[in-house]
Design a protein. Sequence first.
Length: 320
Amino acid sequence: MKKRTQHRAATFAICILAIAVILALIEGYGHYNYGRWQQHYAKEGDWYDFLAQPSNNPRLLWEYRANFERRGIRTNQYGFRDLEVATERTKGIQRIAFFGDSVTLGLSVPFGATFVRQLSNLATAQPNLYNTEFLNFGIDGYHVEQIAESLHINLNRFQPDKAIYVMCLNDVDLGGSMNEKVRYFSPPTSFILEKTERLLLRYFFVDDFLDYFFFRYGSRFLDAISAMQETAHNQGVEFAVVIVPVFNFGPETALYPYTQLHKKIGQALTSRQISQFDLLRPFSDTRLPANHWNLDIWHPNTRGHAFIARSIAPFVLTQE
């Protein structure tokens, strides 16, 4: 009996050791493949012909080159897709700053067609509104924590009266599962876990992957937004959030898979006393499908940008 027990214990130990060796080999192979992928991405990745470059700020990861132009995106002296701007405020002119990702940037639409520039045009055309300067700090691929860092840096530098975080639902992906640029700068802690997560997303959460990310990262996501609000309020800046839907809905947002996620985020922001405007309702009220407004499921076309500008104007603009 004693020998049998010892034999079972030895067999169990060998099995554990074998599993550990197999896992270590898989991790090692993952590191090897990641190194090869990283070298390839450095040369061929989503840098927009090297408009984007690594940032010296480890929280930003990347930023845009200043006074540079690639793929229809021209940056100003501070590396943002905007007009030349002075850090010093002009007396008597209100300043509103927009922070976000590629939607705020206006990816794949002309500069003048972005909702930020169209808001500027709307404000100029209405004499009862304050003379207002609009600043665009959108950077493609940024998630909520990068956007919070950008806001922290640029509020102090440019001192706007209002700061608007333009939220896209994929801003909640803080692990880089859907963002290769984040993965390039932040290697996975475990390649086995990364592969497992990608398989789960592919086969079990293909239609509700954003719900999965909110379940996993929701607290960090909301804390980052609260940090933006605190940063703004500490500098006497008004802060608000505009929520952009995913553009994969039918007429009247039929079959839209993220209605409940919008409600969860809205309730969470309300509980934290964060002012918000959800664009899902205005898009739904048009009774038009997403393909009328979008370039793809993440990005509005020129019509979509114009509609966003008109919809948020009463929420953003201040009358004299």
